[in-house]
Design a protein. Structure first.
Length: 134
């Protein structure tokens, strides 16, 4: 029995990955984040309900949804192209206002800008306007 268990454990690979984007119909729950590929910027859904972009090198917030002190618990890139922060009663507390752009994704870029790109055109339809250096 133990030899089978050891064999099984040696065949399991654990792969840790991170992403710089949210695809349509995906969410960041409290404590979850996406990060720029260069590791300089992070978008996190904080435990206090605030969605925040941090410049990690200086440990400073450069943008926030101002949804702290609410029961907001997730930020979702909806299939219709709207990026929305929802509270514990499933009510929107903040939104990008980019619905009617089905299939769009949101990216945490290497320049600190959080951008929603329309699909299939690739055109930027919303941005946090937080371009900066690491």
């Amino acid at each position: 029995m133990f030899s089978k268990l050891i064999l099984l454990l040696t065949c399991v690979n654990f792969i840790w990955t991170f992403s710089n984007k949210l695809e349509p119909d995906s969410c960041l729950n409290r404590g979850q984040s996406i990060q720029s590929f260069n590791g300089c910027f992070q978008l996190i859904m904080q435990d206090d309900g605030n969605l925040v972009i941090y410049r990690l090198s200086k440990k400073e917030a450069i943008w926030a949804s101002a949804t702290d002190r609410t029961c907001s618990n997730r930020a979702c890139m909806q299939g219709d192209g709207n990026f929305v922060v929802y509270d514990c009663q499933n009510k929107a507390t903040w939104a990008s206002g980019t619905n009617d752009h089905e299939g769009s994704s949101i990216y945490m870029q290497n320049d600190g800008n959080l951008v929603i790109y329309a699909w299939p055109s690739g055109r930027a339809i919303w941005a946090s306007n937080t371009q900066t250096w690491c």
